[in-house]
Ligand binder design. Sequence first.
Ligand SMILES: Nc1ncnc2c1ncn2[C@@H]1O[C@H](COP(=O)(O)OP(=O)(O)OP(=O)(O)O)[C@@H](O)[C@H]1O
Ligand SMILES: [Mg+2]
Length: 268
Amino acid sequence: MSLIQVQHVDKSFASGHGSISIMKDVSFEVKDSDFVAIVGPSGCGKSTLLRLIQGLDRPSGGRITFHEQAVDTVCGHMAMVFQNFALFPWLTVSQNVAFGLEALGWEKERMAAQVERYISVTGLEGFQEAYPRELSGGMRQRVGLARALAVDPEVLLMDEPFSALDALTAESLREEILQLWRDPQLPPDAVLLVTHNIEEAIQLADRIVVLSRRPGRVLAEVAVDLPRPRDRKSAAFYDLTDRVYSLITQPGPLTGGSAAAEGSAPAS
Ligand SMILES: Nc1ncnc2c1ncn2[C@@H]1O[C@H](COP(=O)(O)OP(=O)(O)OP(=O)(O)O)[C@@H](O)[C@H]1O
Ligand SMILES: [Mg+2]
């Protein structure tokens, strides 16, 4: 079943007296129980694309749908996890996790039970009354994750969620995200992950949407057909890393080369 469809999306921002094109003709789909990664160079519009998908901003052209309905307001069935955690420093862990539920008008007792549930799922027991400044980066990101999961999102949008963490912490959180995604009792159904880290994308995702330099276009959609758990040291993993890396670093229009498409990428 199709959850999200991004269809021929263009985005430009006003700049001086004109406008600057950030992405052009971006199309892809996220299906039920998909784990999709988006990779591409800095500035190609990855964060903007997540904002458009959640309905925090509008495309300049094209269309985005969720369950076949146009996304024209902030979608409550998606939740975002940010690179910098984006916690409220003046709220405790529990209050941060409750934030989205309060906005949705949840009744107090039901909200408290939901907050406790996700505090437990994300391993934050004992830290309910702590403030973000008292926590390590890994714990802060757990709060960001608990806050996102608490609204029972169908789709979890993650914008470079591991890149501000040390390597070991990032690795254990990646494993936990995979477990959450696979657990039918817990949200989310689908994950859309933005990352600079090609190996991370291959480790986690079923499919990788590879974007070009700004203005971002889909260079390729690469299927990751490796069995899980994935062995980063296997030849197949290495070959796929090499393939995605070559796609991203191939000469683009600015240097006179061609942005050749592969797989199911639309012709540009
Ligand atoms: N609200 C805005 N107004 C004007 N320009 C913007 C706005 N939001 C983003 N941009 C510009 O759009 C471009 C794409 O930004 P975006 O943050 O989506 O890229 P990104 O691929 O996420 O980059 P990074 O990998 O560095 O996070 C950048 O040049 C940015 O300055
Ligand atoms: Mg970004």
